[in-house]
Design a protein around this ligand. Structure first.
Ligand SMILES: [Zn+2]
Ligand SMILES: [Zn+2]
Length: 498
């Protein structure tokens, strides 16, 4: 077995650099994950150019192309991460280099770090897990290794096969589809082998990436000042996501889902979006010289909330919660009576689109049994709402029946009640005040919830951003309102250091 492994390691070696973020000119280029799998389908009516790792062997293929690992040398390799050395390129074969992002001297820096593997690589995940368990090593240190030199086979619709060594670079000027989502992609791509899966990434600069993000976030028809505010928030959020280094073992910099930000390429792209991105080029929000994680949400419902209450952790000065709709200012939404008054206040204005309207007032009827079963209880006869944040979102709640279940986060509360738009709601019926400041409410066979808002309520409110933009408010004022104390900067990108 060992011999077999070594032979494979000779044929297929660790990819020198795992993710491909780089600075071209003075632009930040990223690898954004589009899909992964044991094989990839590239559907197109034009032609794509595939170039292999040498950069010399290149072919143009037309029609639909299927790319898979050549079964002759099929191998999946896993490793256990040991020592990580910053800024030193190690030549030892048991090291591979991955990128990490850091914020140094008020700038974003792409660093390379050398990662040592404990023992050796493993043929399968199960082998790596068995080794980790036997040696008291945490399974969280097991990673799928990025491999280069693996033989990949591209089959065209006529059944012809072409062999390439991974990683591959692909250029296409015609739209290519990767799945049934209806989304298509053009430009430059990279296909690499990570563990036992093929990973396809879009190679794109940060500004074009943002153009493919903001229409999903705030709507392609939004007024341009709202699009600009969203562009700066999304750019800041993207840079923060890079700094969390959450994908540094995955072979890409950002994913295209809600985990990072939803990225749909040129889908719904229009001139207003391009104008908003261009007019705010390189602008990010900073606080005390550091980029701000400019988180945002659909609709606060009246006031935004404080990040440390919604997500715990240290209070963040620019995410403390602000009033979004002036009429809510005189109310203390953390108190049940004021909260009920506010939820029943009509905040719809005629300029709102349908999704904005839907977030202003919502109702749900939930069967006691369904709620109990999601909570793992037989029945529920009482609910205690212990505390609410400044936006009115419920932060702590108890479901009391044959046992008591306690929920201490807005996301848990939204999910136990069945994927609610927000935790800003009350349960209809009379309540009594508890000595701890909370309230208690008896519940029958069904519960009726009345709520407002959509999303976690922290940072910029998109419905409020749209309203302010329609009223003629410039994007800089919108950002200053939702992220108080922050400064816009453009000079934050510097070249990689070793
Ligand atoms: Zn992600
Ligand atoms: Zn709002």
């Amino acid at each position: 077995m060992r011999k077999y492994l070594l032979l494979l390691v000779l044929l297929i070696s660790l990819l020198q650099v795992l993710a491909g973020a780089e600075i071209r000119g003075d632009e930040l280029w990223l690898e954004v994950s589009l899909a992964s799998g044991s094989s990839l389908e590239l559907r197109q009516s034009g032609a794509i150019r595939i170039t292999d790792s040498s950069g010399i062997y290149s072919r143009e293929l037309s029609g639909n192309i299927n790319i898979s690992l050549d079964s002759q040398n099929s191998v999946s390799l896993y490793g256990i991460i040991g020592e990580v050395v910053q800024n030193v390129a190690m030549t030892d074969e048991n090291y591979y280099t991955r990128e990490s992002f850091a914020w140094i001297d008020s700038s974003l820096v792409i660093r390379e770090e050398s990662v040592a593997l404990v023992y050796d690589s493993f043929h399968s995940l199960a082998e790596a897990q068995a080794f980790a368990d036997a040696n008291g090593i945490s399974r969280s240190r097991i990673v799928a290794l990025p491999m280069s030199g693996a033989s990949l086979v591209a089959r065209d619709s006529g059944g012809f096969q072409y062999y390439f060594e991974s990683p591959l670079t692909i250029h296409c000027t015609n739209p290519v589809r990767l799945d049934n989502s209806g989304l298509s992609w053009t430009g430059e791509f990279r296909i690499k082998l990570v563990g036992d899966r093929l990973q396809i990434n879009h190679i794109i600069n940060l500004e074009n990436y943002l153009a493919g993000v903001i229409q999903n976030e705030i709507g392609s028809g939004a007024p341009v000042e709202a699009l600009k505010a969203q562009a700066v928030a999304s750019r800041s959020h993207a840079v923060s996501m890079l700094l969390y280094n959450r994908h540094r073992n995955d072979g890409f910099d950002l994913c295209n889902g809600t985990h990072c930000q939803v990225y749909k390429g040129e889908h719904l792209l229009n001139n207003q979006i391009l104008e908003a991105v261009l007019a705010t080029q390189s602008e990010i929000l900073t606080y005390n010289g550091r980029v701000v994680d400019a988180t945002y949400h659909s609709s606060c419902g009246g006031k935004t909330d404080a990040s440390h209450l919604i997500w715990r952790g240290q209070p963040t000065p620019y995410l403390q919660g602000v009033t979004c709709i002036d009429e809510a200012d005189s109310l203390d939404l953390s108190h049940e009576a004021d909260l009920r008054t506010w939820v029943n206040t009509n905040t719809i204005d005629p300029a709102m689109s349908s999704w904005e309207r839907a977030s202003q007032n919502w109702n749900r009827t939930i069967r006691n049994g369904a709620l109990a079963s999601r909570a793992g209880l037989d029945y529920i006869n009482r609910i205690e709402i212990i505390s609410r944040g400044p936006s009115g979102r419920i932060l702590n709640l108890k479901l009391i029946g044959n046992q008591t279940k306690t929920y201490n986060s807005e996301s848990q509360i939204r999910s136990v009640f069945g994927t609610l738009p927000s935790s800003l709601f009350y349960i209809e019926g009379n309540y009594r005040n508890l000595s701890n400041g909370g309230i208690s409410i008896s519940v029958g066979a069904s519960l009726r919830l009345r709520g407002k808002g959509s999303g976690h309520g922290v940072g910029m409110c998109q419905v409020g951003t749209l309203r302010r933009a329609r009223e003629g408010c410039p994007y800089t004022d919108i950002l200053g309102h939702y992220y108080p104390g922050t400064t816009i900067r453009t000079d934050w990108l510097i070249h990689a250091t070793r």
